[in-house]
Structure formats: structure tokens, C-alpha cells
Design a binder for this molecule. Structure first.
Ligand code: FAD
Length: 540
């Protein structure tokens, strides 16, 4: 009797809580689960930024690509209309994967057995016998090429683990691997390998995409190229990536990881630019990864990515001439990959030859050596440390900018040595990239110069302590930095962009805007997808 009453109460609760759901959703037949469970809805309403929270009407955990197709067909055909946002791992800052008027698809939560990582070899290029001598020489240089077919909601750490079973690994990375393939390909996916391989969006052969009309399309350079290029860096606006074919290379076994320090900014950037200019050289004559960061102040929250200076190698900023330089030091971070069997003896010589060309502060070489996986997964160990201290789940008012090379010194003077005032509340990354490694046909937006820098202010806001670490203070400072760039005419582009007006978006995309708009009209005419980006509003 008691249990029958409980069932009745549950049924009534369910009825009340589904009031307001579009009827199409109530009738949607999916193999996975479409739920209004408050805990699932709550979880889908958060992101890493912790700055906004929007609860969806429901959450879909797909069981297959067909579930994604069914949901989008239903949204497209719905009279009342509802929106659909793919959520990767929810590591956006400003609610980009959230939606308040529809369904969030938890892409990462499909059953593991339904999303195997399939590794294969690309077919050889068409015979070069009839082609010109230059193309035949380039194709003869071409080694075997491998790929992995992966589910769009796969975490990069899991892609790595699977491909390593075949001795292979993706070529281009992000610094942190607990991000999804679909999430980073919707932005660009950058790290210290980008100067050489380009961003992750330059290392994709093919995609399966479910458009805003509910059509499942395979696209590549050859097939549906308009959709392919639009989706890469497309902020989720044209379709949901359900499968990506990622370029692989043989995985090295170990990494020599080196840091050197500078007190002079122009020497630091000159060396960084020299190192990325070596991208056409054979691997033995260049580094595999080039990044860098600004050291404005020390402490765990500022240096959580920099595990190996201390305690074995304590750096005393005051002893390195930084005080005379507004208290700022710059750290160049480079790596060399190698295999024990073939290069253990030569790696030292190769590193030494490259270091000799650089002009860092003498005596500031910090070296460590570790397995390739540990290097790629380095930020995760920092995450665990911060979690243990309750410093991970805090608001993150991050600001990521692409700064043209011609103005990076002005940015240094105005921001690192000016606006920040010796306080950072998080690591500041700075490294250059070669624009020719980015495909202009993608939706990603970069400054109009051959070389541009990523400047990433990865800030954590704390509720107690210093006023300069509060969310209000850091958010205001971000606005101040953007206003400074506008006033000084430094034509920065936001990476992981966040704008709230259409005119700001038009300005962001610049000459790509018209095409972006046209492609949106073609593949998501009702504006159903990724409304959390705040580029378009849904139309009935
Ligand atoms: P989400 O935040 O869940 O989604 C991002 C956007 O993509 C949303 O609009 C969403 O709707 C859309 N989307 C998600 N999945 C799909 C899909 N399958 N198809 C279509 N659209 C989709 N970025 C770098 O480039 N380099 C780094 O080194 C780097 N390091 C980071 C470190 C940390 C600790 C964090 C928190 C972020 C970092 N990022 C970095 C940023 C990261 O690339 C973005 O957060 C990105 O959004 C990926 O996160 P996600 O997979 O959780 O996607």
C-alpha cells in the first residue's frame, strides 16, 4: 500500500516537473536517456568558469549518433521550438555549453562500449607518376599516415591512452587533456606543438556532424568542405561533431623538458620567435614544443602549472634582476621528444646545440625528463593538488587573447608591467604561433600577422583574502586590459571568445562574418545550436 502511494506521488511529481517541456520531447524515442532528474539538470548547468549558471529543460545522455539525430530532428521540426547544446566536459568559462530553453547533450557520458577508438592507416596518396617533379619529391618524403576515429565527446586523455596501445599519438595537443575532442575542435585546440603542427583543427581529416536540421553529414576537405571548415573553430554553431578523424604520429617514449629564464622581454620573445621559425627543420634541429609564461608573483595559485622549479630548484626572483624590471620574469618552456633506444645518446647534444643559440639568464636552466604521457598529462597533477586544497572549484575569470607580434612589446609594457601591478591570481602563458599553420578556411579567428602570441591569463578568484583576488576585481581588470588594447589600437582577437552583442561578434569575425552568417543559415537556420555562445538567438 505504502509503495503504491509512493509510486503515485512520483508519477504526480514527474507530471508537474514535465509541465513546460515541449510535447515533442516527451514523445522523443531515444535509446539513451532523456532526463529531467534535478541532479543531472543541475550538473549540466555548471561550467569550469563558474560565472554563469543556466538550467536546461532536460539532459540527453546519448547511446549512439542516432539519438543525437533524433533530438535535433525533433528540435528542428518542433512548433514550439527548443534549443540543443552539446556539452563536452563543461570546461568553458562563460556558459558556452549551457542552454536555458532546451536540451543539453552530455556528449562525454555515452557508454564506453558504444564509442570505441578506431585506429587506421590512411590510404597512400594517388600515384605521383604523372605529377610534376616537385610534388613527386614531396610525396616520396611522405611517410605512412595514421588516424584515429573518435566519438566527439571523447576526452583527449582517453584518445591518448587508446592510440598509445598502437604506439601512436595525436600530433597537436592542448595543455590539459580532460577536454573533449568536440569541445576543443569547436575552438582550435592549442599548445606548444602548434607552431609546428598547427592547432588541433589543422590536424583533422574528417568529421561526422549532425546539423541543426538533424542531418548526419560526413565532411572533409573533399566532401562537404563548406561544413567541414565551418565546424572547425565554429563554436558549435553549425552542427554537433559526433566523430572526428584525428591525425596521428608515432608516439615518442620520453620528453626532455627544459625551462630557462629571462628578465628582458624583447630577448625572451626574440628567442621564442627564433625557435618557432625552425618549424621546417628536421626534428633533430628544433624543439617539439615551445611555450612560455610570465612570472609576476609566486605562490601555488600563480604557479600551479610550474611544478618543477621548487622545492628542488627554488628560484629567487629578486636574485635574477627582475626587481629592476618591474618585478617581472619570463620563462621559456621547451621540450624535446626522444626514444630511449634510438636517441638517448644524442638528445643531450641536440638540446645543447639549440640552447647555445638562446640568450637567457646564465645559470637558469631547469631540466627534467619524463615519459611522454606524463608530460602531456602534466596539468592533471596540478589539478589534483589544487583540488586537495579546495582551489579548483572556484570561479575562473580567464582571459585568452591572440596578440599580433608587432604589438606584443606594447602589451607587455601596458599589461604585465602596468595593469597587473605585480598581482596575477593565476598563471600567465605567453607563446607565439605561425599563422601559416592555421587554415584560413576554418571559422577560427586569428590576428592578421604571420606570427601572433597566445596570452592566457588563467585566473582563479578567491572569496577570502586579498581584494585583488576577488571575482569583481579580476573581472574589472579583464575589462581594463581589453579597453587598454582598444585604446592602444592593439588588434587582439579573443581566443575562446565571449561577447554579448551581435556587433561585437561581427567585429570579432571581421572578414569571416558574412560567410559565418551564410553557413549558419544553411546548416542551422533556426538557431537551435549552442545558444550559450550568444552569437545568434533561436528563431521559431
Ligand atoms: P565545452 O566547454 O563543454 O563546450 C565548448 C563549446 O563547444 C560549447 O559551445 C559547446 O556547445 C560546444 N561543443 C562541445 N562539444 C561539441 C561537439 N561534440 N560538437 C559541437 N560542439 C560542441 N584550450 C586550448 O586550446 N588549449 C589549452 O591548453 C587549454 N587548456 C585548458 C585547461 C583547462 C584547465 C581548461 C578548463 C580549459 C582549457 N582550454 C584549453 C579550453 C578548452 O579548449 C575549452 O574549454 C573548450 O571549450 C573545451 O572544453 P570542453 O570539451 O569541456 O567543451
Amino acid at each position: 500500500m505504502a509503495s503504491r502511494r509512493l509510486l503515485l506521488v512520483l508519477a504526480i511529481c514527474r507530471l508537474i516537473s514535465t509541465v513546460g517541456l515541449p510535447s515533442e520531447l516527451l514523445e522523443l524515442g531515444v535509446q539513451g536517456s532523456l532526463t529531467i532528474d534535478p541532479a543531472e539538470v543541475e550538473a549540466a548547468s555548471h561550467d569550469f568558469g563558474g560565472l554563469t549558471q543556466t538550467k536546461p529543460l532536460a539532459v540527453l545522455r546519448p547511446d549512439s549518433v542516432q539519438d543525437v539525430v533524433a533530438l535535433l530532428r525533433s528540435a528542428y521540426g518542433s512548433d514550439r521550438g527548443f534549443t540543443v547544446s552539446a556539452r563536452g566536459h563543461g570546461h568553458s568559462i562563460h556558459g558556452q555549453a549551457q542552454t536555458g530553453s532546451g536540451v543539453v547533450i552530455e556528449m562525454g557520458r555515452m557508454k564506453r562500449e558504444n564509442r570505441p577508438v578506431v585506429v587506421g592507416e590512411l590510404p597512400p596518396p594517388p600515384s605521383s607518376s604523372s605529377s610534376s617533379s616537385s610534388s613527386s619529391s614531396s610525396s616520396s618524403k611522405r611517410n605512412k599516415e595514421w588516424y584515429a576515429d573518435v566519438w566527439g565527446g571523447e576526452l583527449w586523455i582517453d584518445v591518448l591512452k587508446s592510440t598509445l596501445e598502437r604506439g601512436l599519438a595525436p600530433k597537436s595537443w592542448t595543455d590539459y587533456l580532460y577536454l573533449t575532442v568536440g569541445g576543443t575542435l569547436s575552438n582550435a585546440g592549442i599548445s606548444g606543438q602548434a607552431f609546428n603542427h598547427g592547432p588541433q583543427i589543422s590536424n583533422v581529416h574528417q568529421l561526422d556532424v549532425v546539423t541543426g536540421k538533424g542531418e548526419l553529414k560526413t565532411c572533409s576537405e573533399e566532401k562537404n568542405p563548406e561544413l567541414f571548415h565551418a565546424v572547425l573553430g565554429g563554436l558549435g554553431q553549425f552542427g554537433i561533431i559526433t566523430r572526428a578523424r584525428i591525425a596521428l604520429e608515432p608516439a615518442p617514449e620520453r620528453v626532455r623538458w627544459i625551462r630557462v629564464l629571462y628578465s628582458d622581454f624583447s630577448t625572451f620573445t626574440r628567442d621564442q620567435e627564433y625557435l618557432i621559425s625552425l618549424h621546417e627543420e628536421p626534428a633533430s634541429m628544433r624543439f617539439d614544443y615551445v611555450e612560455g609564461f610570465v612570472i609576476v608573483e609566486q605562490g601555488l595559485i600563480n604557479n600551479w602549472r610550474s611544478s618543477f622549479f621548487s622545492p628542488r630548484n627554488p628560484v629567487k626572483i629578486s636574485s635574477l634582476g627582475a626587481t629592476a624590471n618591474g618585478g617581472v620574469l619570463y620563462c621559456l618552456e621547451i621540450t624535446k621528444n626522444y626514444n630511449d633506444a634510438t636517441a638517448a645518446n644524442t638528445v643531450d647534444q641536440e638540446v645543447d646545440a639549440l640552447l647555445k643559440k638562446l640568450d637567457f639568464i646564465p645559470g637558469t636552466v631547469f631540466t627534467t625528463d619524463l615519459p611522454y604521457v606524463d608530460f602531456l598529462d602534466r596539468v592533471h597533477s596540478a589539478e589534483l593538488k589544487l583540488r586537495a586544497k579546495g582551489l579548483w572549484d572556484v570561479p575562473h575569470p580567464w582571459l585568452n587573447l591572440f596578440v599580433p607580434k608587432s604589438r606584443i612589446a606594447d602589451f607587455d609594457a601596458g599589461v604585465f608591467k602596468g595593469i597587473l601591478g605585480n598581482k596575477t591570481s593565476g598563471p600567465i602563458l605567453i607563446y607565439p604561433m605561425n599563422k601559416n599553420k592555421w587554415d584560413e578556411r576554418s571559422s577560427a579567428v586569428t590576428p592578421d600577422e604571420d606570427i601572433f602570441y597566445l596570452v592566457a591569463l588563467l585566473r582563479s578568484a578567491l572569496s577570502s583574502g586579498d581584494e585583488t583576488q576577488t571575482l569583481d576585481y579580476l573581472s574589472r581588470q579583464n575589462q581594463e586590459i581589453l579597453a587598454f588594447c582598444t585604446k592602444a589600437r592593439i588588434r587582439v582577437k579573443q581566443y575562446l571568445p565571449h561577447y554579448t552583442t551581435q556587433s561585437d561578434w561581427e567585429h570579432h569575425f571581421g572578414h569571416k562574418w558574412e560567410k559565418f552568417l551564410q553557413t549558419k543559415m544553411e546548416f542551422d537556420p533556426k538557431g537551435i545550436l549552442a545558444t550559450g555562445q550568444r552569437i545568434f538567438s533561436p528563431t521559431p
